[in-house]
Design a protein. Structure first.
Length: 309
């Protein structure tokens, strides 16, 4: 039977000076909360938050642990902020209820959550806050507005979306989709493939072992772009930017068709071509090894460099 609780006054609200507050000048009172329930592995977690960061970490226990801090303009307003946790069988849902009115963003909830490692993140969403997901293996969707996203030691297929924030991917395996506006995407995949998109941000990704035949795509508008593949497994590659350089690192045994174009700068290639269709300052087309899927690199206002991994 689902258990639904609301965090009201787990601890007495603590009045603090604005200068010492985690969000100085906004929240003037805080209240901590903590819940713990049984939760079987292999299920789903869904969370919706408004104003506040979210940290989710996997562990080997069959339980969910939810702790954090509510903050608001004064202690009387804290009781109006509700943290609702529903846990039943393998699935859990967490929502934040915040009254609307004249608070002007000076309220919210910061979450610290521990869940069974192989839980799927059905939808994790917050506004005006960062999201961190670590040591999980169920795949899922993570979203923020005005917040950084950090994915660390994840196994599975994840989609990360934010606006006005960077995305960092570190030591993950699986198929990753990373979309941001006004922020960069950086990281390291141990295995898998990635589609990374940004506007006004640099992209820098290293993949140790690309997944067989899976495409890799990276595009940005105002920012440099760097992609390094330690191995090549018949992956179609498309990387492109408008105002920035492109740096592509490939292993010596790459078998592919290569196409590189720039409008306002030059192209430098360190890998030998087995055949050449076009070789000029602004365009390079040819075959690497015995040929294969297409590797395409494009920029308008920057140079292109293709080098050995």
């Amino acid at each position: 039977m689902a258990r639904i609780l609301a965090a009201t006054s787990f601890l007495t609200a603590v009045m603090i000076l604005g200068g010492c507050s985690p969000m100085a000048g906004f929240d003037h009172a805080t209240e901590d909360f903590h819940f713990s329930y049984a939760l079987q592995p292999g299920g789903q977690l869904e969370l919706t938050n408004t104003n506040g960061s979210v940290e989710i970490t996997g562990w080997d226990r069959s339980s969910i642990d939810v702790s954090g801090t509510k903050y608001g303009p004064d202690s009387n307003r804290l009781k109006d902020i509700k943290v609702n946790v529903s846990a039943s069988g393998k699935n859990a849902t967490i929502t934040t209820d915040i009254p609307r009115g004249d608070w002007h963003g000076s309220y919210g909830v910061r979450y610290h959550i521990r869940v069974p490692r192989n839980i799927a993140l059905r939808q994790i969403e917050t506004t005006n806050g960062a999201v961190t997901a670590e040591d999980l293996s169920g795949g899922g969707h993570i979203k923020s507005t005005n917040g950084k996203l950090s994915l660390t030691y994840l196994v599975g297929d994840y989609r990360a979306e934010t606006t006005n924030g960077a995305i960092e991917i570190e030591n993950c395996s699986g198929l990753q989709i990373a979309d941001t506006t006004n922020g960069g995407v950086r990281g390291h995949l141990k295995e898998g493939a990635i589609e990374a998109n940004s506007t006004n941000g640099a992209l820098d990704i290293t993949v140790d072992k690309p997944r067989d035949n899976k495409p890799i795509k990276m595009t940005t508008t105002n920012g440099s772009l760097a992609l390094a593949l330690a191995e090549f497994h018949s992956n179609a590659v498309r990387v492109g930017t408008t105002h920035g350089s492109v740096n592509l690192r490939l292993p010596d045994n790459t078998n592919a068709r290569l196409r590189a174009e720039t409008s306002m700068a030059s192209i430098h290639n360190d890998l030998p071509l087995s055949s050449t269709e076009e070789s000029s300052k602004h365009e390079l087309r040819g075959q690497l090894g015995t040929g294969g899927p297409e590797i395409e690199a494009n920029t308008s206002m920057g140079s292109i460099r293709i080098s050995r991994y």
